[in-house]
Design a protein around this ligand. Structure first.
Ligand SMILES: [Zn+2]
Length: 469
């Protein structure tokens, strides 16, 4: 909780605390009066009687013995157990130290990343017209996308598109925005996140170095961490929410249109950071997109699941509309162009007996990490690079990590040469190779999915979708 609070933005922190309200109140009721009474007793020198002292000591010894037995049992039977994470108060001290270290390292980011360069250049002629758009979704899960086999018409427009390739076996290596987005925007992956994220820049810098005009257009709040830092690398950076109001994602489209039309550079790369399907779902789309009804509920309760799913699916349908308009815009340019869309993480919406809701919890679920990822290429791009389009199709049935592959795929789509690019991770290269699944946990360590805490419900879903774990 400490770690997430100091590294996330206000809406995610409130969401996290909202889930823990019951626990926090219980803690306050049980601990606070007891501690106050202890302090008063010590000051006033009020002592317990000898028999009750002996009783208390006896109970203490028995408790220690039970505690130690439980600890050894946990060591033996639970692969996720560690003293630093699970034994109070060691975990509190450990996490507080890490939180302070991270805050300090984040504060020094501009200094520690100052000299970083991708040593990037374009492999294509300087006057060749190119436009690439990377759309980062929010809280969108693949299971509610028609393109990925969902029974409801949530993608009425994208399903009619030519040149669109979907990757149904994509998992994210984090269930939080503040880690997932930096993972996809940089060459860094879960394995070296803790060591390298403070000294690196994002793919925006690689496009800058290769001579592109770049823009970062966001419908999210500033998080005062890596997403902000990376956004500032772009030649144009806009946060719609800076005016204190919330907006629908479609309001990013005029900004995208103007940037593309007004740029004097023949090469353009834009990142759209949307607010997609973040709770409260019914606020994410205009009323004309209220297709699945009833959809008006803000109550996070399992009894409202139908309404919540209706609103959530309407938000996906709105994303379908926004992405379709981005593709329209690129198509009208009639040049080398492409769009990649993916979501940062998924969402729990009371899907199984665990009755879990939202995301960013310390232990992820299948629903929180199975994300949609699609690539669209313009007819001109497909004609110029038929092999890349063929590779993209050939790789569509393979297992993908969104956190690993976006950077390398964007480099190859934009024809950028950099020593940091790895073609075995690029979804449009014939060398693309599946890698073992990893997850970046709360302590910034890369662990396998079992150690991340996935349970039988999750493995059943992965098996059903034929996704490797
Ligand atoms: Zn997110």
């Amino acid at each position: 909780m400490f770690l997430n609070l100091v590294t996330t933005n206000v809406s995610e922190a409130t969401e996290l605390l909202g889930n823990l309200v019951g626990a926090i109140i219980t803690l306050l009721i049980v601990y606070v009066p007891t501690l106050i009474w202890c302090v008063i007793s010590a000051i006033k020198r009020i002592y317990a009687s000898r028999p009750s002292l002996l009783r208390a000591r006896y109970c203490g010894v028995v408790s220690i013995f039970i505690g130690l037995t439980c600890m050894f049992m946990a060591y033996a039977f639970d692969v996720r157990f560690s003293i630093n994470s699970d034994i109070f108060p060691v975990n509190v001290i450990h996490n507080t130290i890490i939180a302070i270290q991270r805050t300090k390292a984040t504060g020094n980011y501009y200094k520690t990343s100052e000299g970083f360069s991708y040593k990037a250049h374009s492999s294509r002629p300087a006057d060749k017209k190119e436009v690439y758009v990377l759309v980062i979704g929010e809280t969108s899960r693949a299971d509610d996308w028609q393109l990925f086999g969902y029974g409801r018409p949530t993608n009425p427009l994208l399903t009619k598109r030519d040149g669109l390739i979907a990757y149904p076996k994509t998992l994210s290596e984090s269930n939080t925005t503040h880690k997932s987005v930096p993972l996809m925007l940089s060459w860094v992956s879960a394995e070296n996140f803790a060591d390298s994220i403070y000294t690196t820049k994002s793919l925006i810098s690689a496009f800058n170095e290769a001579g592109f005009a770049t823009a970062y257009l966001s419908n999210q709040g500033r998080n005062h961490s890596f997403i902000d830092f990376f956004a500032r690398e772009a030649q144009k950076t806009v946060f719609l929410t800076d005016n204190g109001h919330s907006h629908h994602d479609e309001e990013l489209l005029p900004l995208l249109h103007d940037f593309i039309e007004q740029s004097t550079n023949s090469k353009i790369m834009v990142i759209l950071h949307t607010y997609g399907s973040h709770f409260n779902y019914m606020d994410r789309y205009p009323s004309s997109f209220s297709v699945f009804l009833p959809d008006k509920t803000a109550d996070a309760d399992v009894f409202n699941r139908n309404e919540l799913i209706n609103a959530y699916d309407n938000s996906i349908r709105f994303t379908d509309y926004v992405l379709n308009r981005v593709i329209d815009m690129l198509e009208n340019r009639q040049c080398l162009s492409g769009m990649i869309y993916l979501s940062d993480h998924g969402e729990d919406i009371f899907d199984d007996k665990r009755n879990r809701f939202l995301h960013a919890s310390p232990v992820p679920t299948y629903w929180q990490i199975h994300v949609p990822l699609i690539i669209w290429m313009s007819p001109q791009f497909k004609e110029a690079y038929p092999m890349l389009y063929a590779n993209a199709n050939n790789n569509s049935g393979k297992n993908v990590s969104s956190s690993r592959s976006v950077f390398d795929t964007m480099m190859q789509l934009g024809g950028i040469i950099t020593p940091y690019a790895d073609k075995t991770k690029s979804l449009i290269d014939s060398a693309y190779t599946e890698t073992p699944r990893l997850y970046l946990n709360d302590h910034n360590k890369a662990v396998n999915l079992e150690k991340a805490g996935l349970q039988n419900y999750d493995y059943e879903m992965l098996k059903q979708k034929n996704i490797a774990h």
